[in-house]
Design a binder for this molecule. Structure first.
Ligand code: NAP
Length: 465
C-alpha cells in the first residue's frame, strides 16, 4: 500500500509521501534513543504540563482535525471532532493520574525497607491502525510519554497526514524534539525497527495478521509487546431486556465508525422468545440509515476507509451467503464512486462461514437465535476472538452468569462497549494481550523495579569497628 492520502469518499489520491530510507530511519531511531536519555529525567509535572497543553490544542482544533480524519479515512466529520476531544480527555486523565499511578509503592519484605519503583523502558514503537487515527495513538502515547518513555509511531499507510498532525500537536505542546516521532515506513521496515537494540518495546493495534508478525519479531528480540487486535464482539439480547434500548444500541453499536471498530457489536445473539421482534426492529433501523458523504452532518454511515476494506468485506458477505446465510438487508456495495457498502443484516448463518467465524469490518450484522442464556454464552464464546461483549438483560441470575462466563476483556451490561481512559481496555484469545488505558495501560511499558534496602548493615558494620 503506498503511503498516501486517498479520499475514501471519492477515490481521489490527494497526497503521496516517500517512505523513509534506511538511513533516515536509523537517524530517527538514534534521535529517539538520545532524547530518551534526557527526557526520562524530566519531571512528572513538566510532562503533565505538556500533555495538558496538547489537550487544549486538540480541543481548539477539533474542527480541522475532524476534517483531516474525514479526508484520510472517511470518518463522519462530527465523529472526528469528537475523537479529538476524547484524545484531550485521555491526555488530561494521564496528566492528572500518572503521579499517583507511578509513585513508589511499599512492598514489605525481610528488608528494613522495600518498595517498587516504576521506571520508563525507552523508545516504544507504536504500530497503529487507521480506524481511530488519533485516539489509538493518544491512548498509547499519553501514558507512555507520561511514564518517561519516548515514542516512534508507525501509523497506517492511509493516514500519513494524521500521523504528522499528531507529531506537530505534541511538539507545539512543548514535548522535547525527538520524544515523539512519526516514521513514514511500510510494514516491511517494522522488523528493522524492532531488531534495533535501541528500541525497547512495541505496541500494536491492528489485525490478527499484523499482530502475529510483529509479536514474532518482538519475541525474537525478547522485547515486550502489547497487542490490541481484532474482535467479533457478541451482543446478547435476553427476554427481560428493554427491547427498544437494545435495538437502538445494537444499530449504533454495529455502525459506529461506519462499522470499522474493533469493539463494534458484530454478532447479535438473541433469545428465541424475542428474536422476531428484535430482527424486525433492528433490520428496519439498519435499512433506514442514511449512507453518504461523511462531511454531511445528516449522514449515518460513511464510506469504508480503503478499497481493500470494501472488497474484503464484500468477499466475506458473498462467501457467507454461498454457505447458506440469508440476507435481510443490504448485502452489496453501493453503485457510486467511493467505498460505500449498504448496511447489511445476515441471518441463518452457517457455523464456520465468514460471518460466523471472522471479524466483519464494516456495517454488516450477523444475527443468531438461541434458546436460553446457556446457549447464548456457548455461541458468544464460539469465536477465536475475546475483546468486548454487550449483554442485555434485567435478570440478576443471567447477569451474574454472563459476567462470569463470557470469554472477553470486557462485559458491558445494558450498554454499548466503549473505551474510557479510566477503564482498562484489551482482549484475550486472538484479540491480543496486555491492556491499554486505566492504571494497567501506564504500567505496560515500565520497568517494575524492586528496591530492597537493609538499613541495619551500617549499624552492624559500625559495631565491629
Ligand atoms: P492492519 O492492516 O493490521 O494495520 C494496522 C497497522 O499495522 C498499520 O500501521 C499497518 O501498516 C501495520 N501492519 C500491517 N501488517 C503488518 C506487518 N506484517 N508487520 C508490521 N506492521 C504491519 O489493521 P487495519 O486494517 O489498519 O485496522 C483494522 C484492524 O485493527 C481490525 O482487525 C480491528 O479490529 C483492529 N483494531 C483493534 C483495536 C483494539 O484495540 N483491539 C482497535 C482498533 C482496531 P500499513 O497500513 O502500512 O499496512
Amino acid at each position: 500500500m503506498p503511503i498516501a492520502t486517498i479520499n475514501p469518499a471519492t477515490g481521489e489520491t490527494l497526497r503521496t509521501f516517500d517512505p523513509l530510507t534506511d538511513a533516515e530511519l536509523d537517524d530517527k531511531i538514534e534521535h529517539a534513543a538520545r532524547t530518551f536519555r534526557t527526557y526520562r529525567r524530566t519531571t512528572l509535572s513538566e510532562r503533565a504540563a505538556w500533555l495538558l497543553r496538547a489537550a487544549e490544542i486538540l480541543e481548539a482544533e477539533q474542527g480541522a482535525l475532524g476534517r483531516l480524519m474525514t479526508t484520510e479515512m472517511g470518518k463522519l466529520v462530527k465523529a472526528g471532532g469528537e475523537e479529538a476531544v476524547k484524545c484531550a480527555w485521555g491526555c488530561r486523565f494521564y496528566a492528572e493520574q500518572a503521579p499517583r499511578m507511578l509513585a513508589d509503592e511499599p512492598a514489605p519484605s525481610t528488608a528494613t525497607r522495600s518498595f517498587v519503583r516504576y521506571q520508563p523502558l525507552g523508545p516504544i514503537l507504536a504500530v497503529m491502525p487507521w480506524n481511530f487515527p488519533f485516539w489509538q495513538v493518544f491512548r498509547l502515547a499519553a501514558p507512555a510519554l507520561m511514564a518517561g518513555n519516548v515514542v516512534l509511531l508507525k501509523h497506517a499507510s492511509n493516514v500519513p497526514q494524521c500521523a504528522l498532525a499528531i507529531e506537530d500537536i505534541l511538539r507545539r505542546a512543548g514535548f522535547p524534539d525527538g520524544s515523539f516521532q512519526t516514521l513514514l515506513i511500510p510494514p516491511a521496515q517494522v522488523q528493522r525497527v524492532l531488531d534495533d537494540p535501541r528500541v525497547a518495546a512495541v505496541s500494536l493495534t491492528g489485525s490478527e495478521l499484523a499482530g502475529r508478525s510483529v509479536a514474532a519479531a518482538a519475541g525474537r528480540q525478547i522485547k515486550k509487546a502489547v497487542l490490541e487486535l481484532g474482535g467479533s464482539d457478541p451482543f446478547i439480547v435476553m427476554p427481560s431486556a428493554d427491547m427498544r434500548a437494545a435495538i437502538d444500541t445494537a444499530v449504533k453499536g454495529r455502525v459506529v465508525n461506519s462499522g470499522q471498530s474493533c469493539i463494534a457489536a458484530k454478532r447479535f445473539i438473541v433469545a428465541e422468545a424475542v428474536a422476531d421482534a428484535f430482527e424486525r426492529g433492528f433490520t428496519e433501523k439498519m435499512q433506514a440509515l442514511k449512507v453518504g458523504d461523511p462531511l454531511d452532518p445528516a449522514t449515518d454511515v460513511g464510506p469504508l476507509a480503503t478499497r481493500n476494506t470494501l472488497t474484503d468485506l464484500d468477499d466475506q458477505v458473498r462467501r457467507s451467503i454461498a454457505a447458506g446465510a440469508r440476507v435481510l438487508a443490504g448485502g452489496h456495495p453501493l453503485e457510486r464512486p467511493g467505498n460505500y457498502y449498504a448496511p447489511t443484516v445476515l441471518t441463518d448463518i452457517e457455523r464456520g462461514s465468514p460471518a460466523y467465524a471472522e471479524e466483519l469490518f464494516g456495517p454488516v450484522a450477523a444475527l443468531f437465535r438461541v434458546r436460553d442464556a446457556g446457549e447464548a454464552i456457548r455461541v458468544a464464546n464460539d469465536t477465536a476472538f475475546g475483546l468486548g461483549s454487550s449483554v442485555w438483560t434485567n435478570d440478576a441470575a443471567e447477569r451474574a452468569r454472563f459476567i462470569d462466563e463470557i470469554e472477553a476483556g470486557q462485559v458491558f451490561v445494558n450498554g454499548m462497549v466503549v473505551s474510557d481512559p479510566r477503564l482498562p481496555f484489551g482482549g484475550i484469545k486472538n484479540s491480543g494481550y496486555g491492556r491499554e488505558l486505566g492504571v494497567y495501560g501506564i504500567r505496560e511499558f515500565i520497568n517494575v523495579k524492586t528496591i530492597w534496602i537493609n538499613d541495619a548493615v551500617h549499624h552492624r558494620e559500625s559495631l565491629t569497628e
